[in-house]
Unconditional design. Structure first.
Length: 186
């Protein structure tokens, strides 16, 4: 292993070649591999190991009243790379740093024919982006509404997912096909 160490006031940083994996690494600490932030392999493929992001889903169906925007309470984390998603009380992702974040929101309803279903992404408690779609003209179909949006966020901004429908009676968001994924992309 070969390494350059940058001796900071409170924190040291390093850039080095990890011979065991043939990786160029950048990280924190005075020893190569202590806390790796980024790697480059022999083909130039970059891994951003500590990039903030999460993918969350329901642990069971969630009730949604007719014509009422309902905050999605995603309890199950598929991953949460930096611990920025609160899956117990607020059900939201708090951005740890400034940047551009991609939000993908998919909500699945089992609704009647020609019913409007909607999803919305909220930034700091206010609706930022909404998607609407009508279910097909046959009864009792499972219908997904998807939203994908890129959002410029500041550190401590928070992102949430909401859903609504006009089914005529209360309905449930189905757990198997509903999720929210957020990743810092720039």
């Amino acid at each position: 292993d070969t390494m350059l160490k940058f001796d900071g006031n409170a924190v040291d940083y390093h850039i080095g070649l990890d011979d065991s994996g043939d990786l160029l690494t950048i990280g924190k600490g005075s020893t190569l591999g202590t806390t790796t932030s980024m790697t480059f392999d022999e083909n130039g493929i970059t891994s951003l190991l500590l990039q903030p992001g999460c993918s969350v889903k329901h642990s069971g169906n969630q009730a949604v009243a007719t014509a009422t925007w309902t905050k999605m309470t995603w309890q199950t984390e598929r991953f949460d790379t930096n611990g920025d998603y609160d899956n117990s009380t607020n059900y939201r992702f708090t951005c740890p740093v400034d940047g551009i974040y991609q939000v993908a929101l998919s909500v699945s309803f089992h609704i009647a024919a020609n019913s409007l279903a909607s999803t919305a992404v909220h930034l700091n408690g206010s609706e930022l982006h909404r998607s609407n779609d009508r279910s097909p003209n046959h009864a009792n179909s499972t219908h997904n509404v998807n939203t994908v949006v890129f959002i410029k966020c500041d550190a401590n901004d928070y992102l949430e997912g909401f859903a609504a429908h006009e089914h005529g009676s209360d309905d449930a968001v189905t757990a198997d096909y509903s999720y929210m994924s957020i990743m810092k992309v720039a």
